[in-house]
Design a protein around this ligand. Structure first.
Ligand code: C2E
Ligand code: MG
Ligand code: MG
Ligand code: MG
Length: 277
């Protein structure tokens, strides 16, 4: 089949492409009702201290139980939600849901930080700060227990009002993390002027870490990222840690905390509760 570009989308009949397009449209139109019917839910993945293995926080990761297609991961629908704008109410729901969950854990005597992903589109919404301030107040969560994750590309392109919004959030006490750090292009000089507390090193770098190989290119990249982060007094979270060899290297390199299948897969709140005792 001839490759068709966006402009001539229907110029040639391509059944696979057609099916994909229909699936996209189907999902995207189903999303508003799905939000009302509470078909979305949040899984939580532990973030643990590399020094002592203690639970420091969790990342909230949204999922969708579609009545027909079953469980869908965020990669299937977050992009669509950004396109349609549904990310704004969906993101608000994730935020409120995970802050309420964090309060349940607090009631059990634990106080993990809850990390919530924020799409660029949400940061561009004029009402974001008031909305988050409102959730914090309603739910009663200490603002310092909430960390918002923005991808490198989302945060690096942020100027003007959205940047001001991030500063106001930081003034409230909320923490900001740069997600998937190292995969986008960062203006390192600019980084020091951003209101940021943590860097999350992308799993793609962690994946390349091999037992004992501190000299490998990936290990040296991670070392450089950690050193940069610490120079800027930022906390370092390594993502996608799957093996104890990777954890060991990360510990030696000096990363602060880690998240990944080695510790736990994302799961329901009850899975996290095992970590609280
Ligand atoms: P992310 O924020 O970088 O989240 C980390 C992703 O890595 C998650 O994928 C998680 O399940 C996966 N992961 C965790 N440990 C490992 C590991 O050891 N190995 C590997 N290979 N993967 C691991 P998930 O849940 O599919 O989420 C994908 C992305 O969707 C997230 O990437 C985030 O960008 C986005 N996302 C998820 N929830 C939300 C949300 O509520 N709002 C927004 N705006 N984006 C979200
Ligand atoms: Mg994230
Ligand atoms: Mg990430
Ligand atoms: Mg990601």
């Amino acid at each position: 089949w001839a490759k068709v570009d966006g402009k001539n989308r229907w110029a040639a009949y391509d059944p696979e492409r057609n099916a994909r397009e229909i699936a996209r449209i189907t999902l995207s139109t189903a999303m508003p009702a799905a939000l009302e019917r509470e078909e979305f839910y949040v899984d939580y993945q532990p973030i643990v201290s590399l020094a002592d293995g203690k639970l420091l926080g969790v990342e909230a990761l949204v999922r969708w139980t579609h009545p027909e297609f079953g469980r869908l991961g965020p990669d299937r629908f977050i992009g669509l939600a950004e396109e349609t704008g549904l990310i704004v109410p969906l993101g608000r729901w994730v935020l409120e849901t995970s802050c309420r969950q964090a309060m349940k854990w607090r009631a059990m005597g634990a106080s993990p930080t809850v990390n919530v992903n924020l799409a660029a589109r949400q940061v561009a919404e004029p009402g974001l700060v008031d909305e988050i301030a409102g959730i914090i107040e309603d739910v009663g969560i200490p603002p310092t227990s909430l960390q918002l994750e923005l991808t490198e590309s989302a945060i690096m392109g942020t100027t003007g009002e959205p940047l001001e919004a991030l500063r106001r959030l930081v003034d409230l006490g909320v923490r900001i993390a740069i997600d998937d750090f190292g995969t986008g292009y960062s203006n390192l000089a600019y980084l020091r002027h951003l209101p940021v507390h943590s860097l999350k090193i992308a799993g793609s770098f962690v994946e390349g870490l091999r037992a004992g190989q501190l000299e490998s290119v990936d290990a040296q990249i991670v070392t450089a990222l950690v050193s940069l982060a610490h120079t800027l007094r930022l906390d370092v979270i390594a993502e996608g840690v799957e093996t104890s060899e990777q954890a060991d290297l990360l510990r030696r390199i000096g990363a602060d905390s880690a998240q990944g299948w080695l510790y736990a897969k994302p799961g329901p709140p009850e899975d996290v509760e095992r970590w609280l005792t």
